[in-house]
Design a protein around this ligand. Structure first.
Ligand SMILES: NC(=O)c1ccc[n+]([C@@H]2O[C@H](COP(=O)([O-])OP(=O)(O)OC[C@H]3O[C@@H](n4cnc5c(N)ncnc54)[C@H](OP(=O)(O)O)[C@@H]3O)[C@@H](O)[C@H]2O)c1
Length: 344
């Protein structure tokens, strides 16, 4: 049996107790529609530490390999596949929550559905590519209903984070005027590095005060923060504008209950329905679709044109996954946390 290095979640709880590095974990067996990828890099997304810590009260089959983003080389592809051995690819597998140790990306090999894969743009490193799929696809799909964004006013909450940072850059690439919320230390980062037109420092007072006083109205709002941000944002939506939520529960929430999740989903479903019936603002709850055609191919093009950059806040090795989770869990990652798996 072929084996690999992999970080495996053996139980829920603090990273140091839950995540264990194995050096002889079985290489995943790809299904007929899947490509086996030899992984060079992955990244830590907020969902990873939320699943591991028990923040989300969802049942998980353990042992479990976490992670959904990967960049690496095609090791094996199905017959007739558009990918061939040795291709440089990146993907969001979309499978991390689905089944035991299959589909996770914290290991040297990953089995991913072929339709999730995208060829990496030329000149991009594995580490940079691996940081894009989940956060980038989410940002794309959050903005998508309001596209094309040329000349529109867009508000992105949490612009210094993974999803927020990509949302700013996608909106700017399409010619929108972008306002974003962040803390004081990130004002320069979101405006100078990511290109936002305006940054609102949420630590200086209620973030909505300035746009409300100026009578600002937004054609698209991407809410990566949640909680009280939602109601205040909806009041700033322009007629016909789109509000997209990622289902985040607000900055101060440390854990959600099953009832809390059900309430969140029911509230979102209700608002979506009202929006569709024209009885409320247009509302989208982003449930990530991981097929490359749902945004990753478009993001690859933006990367090739130099219009989408990745800021790697910190980079850890696979062996340092515990430290990577502990850092991400603090909730103030600037850009992304990258993980190197092996040099390819
Ligand atoms: N629905 C979906 O399919 C989906 C997909 C991906 C992610 N998500 C969820 O979306 C959320 C964002 O994901 P992410 O990957 O972007 O997370 P992230 O990278 O960990 O976000 C961290 C960022 O949030 C910012 N932030 C924290 N508190 C804030 C506040 N009160 N106001 C404005 N910004 C604030 C921080 O900026 P400062 O340091 O400046 O505070 C930091 O840069 C998470 O809750 C994640 O679970 C959902």
């Amino acid at each position: 049996m072929a084996t690999m290095r992999a970080v495996v979640m053996e139980k829920k709880g603090p990273a140091a107790e839950a995540l264990v590095l194995h050096t002889d974990w079985p290489v995943p067996v790809r299904k007929p529609n899947q490509v086996l990828i030899e992984a060079a890099a992955t990244c830590v997304n907020a969902g990873d530490w939320k699943v591991r810590s028990g923040f989300f009260p969802i049942p998980i089959n353990m042992p479990k390999i976490l992670g959904e983003d990967v960049a690496g080389l095609v090791a094996e592809a199905p017959e007739g596949s558009k990918f061939k051995k040795g291709d440089r690819v990146f993907a969001n597998t979309g499978q991390a929550l689905k089944s035991g140790d299959q589909g996770g990306t914290y290991g040297e090999f990953v089995a991913a559905d072929e339709d999730t894969l995208c060829l990496m743009p030329p000149g991009i490193s594995f580490l940079v590519a691996a940081a894009v799929p989940m956060a980038g696809l989410t940002a794309w799909q959050a903005l998508e209903p309001a596209m094309p964004l040329q000349g529109k006013r867009v508000l992105v909450h949490g612009g210094a984070g993974g999803v927020g940072g990509f949302a700013i850059q996608i909106a700017k690439a399409q010619g929108a005027h972008v306002t974003t919320t962040c803390s004081t230390r990130n004002v320069e980062y979101v405006t100078k590095e990511l290109g936002a037109d305006e940054a609102i420092d949420y630590t200086a007072g209620p973030w909505e005060a300035a746009p409300a006083a100026a009578g600002a109205r937004f054609d698209a709002i991407v809410d990566t923060v949640g909680g009280p941000y939602q109601a205040a944002s909806l009041r700033l939506l322009a007629p016909g504008g789109w509000f997209s939520t990622l289902g985040a529960t607000g900055p101060d929430v440390k854990r959600v209950s099953v009832l809390g999740i059900l309430g969140l989903m029911a509230g979102a479903a209700w608002r979506t329905l009202l929006g569709k019936l024209g009885l409320g603002p247009k509302f989208k709850f982003v449930m990530l679709e991981c097929q490359a055609a749902r945004g990753l191919e478009q993001l690859a093009e933006l990367m090739a044109q130099g219009k989408l950059k990745v800021h790697l806040d910190r980079v850890f090795s696979l062996e340092e996954m515990v430290a990577a989770h502990e850092y991400a869990e603090l909730g103030h990652v600037r850009g992304k946390v990258g993980i190197t798996i092996k040099k390819l």
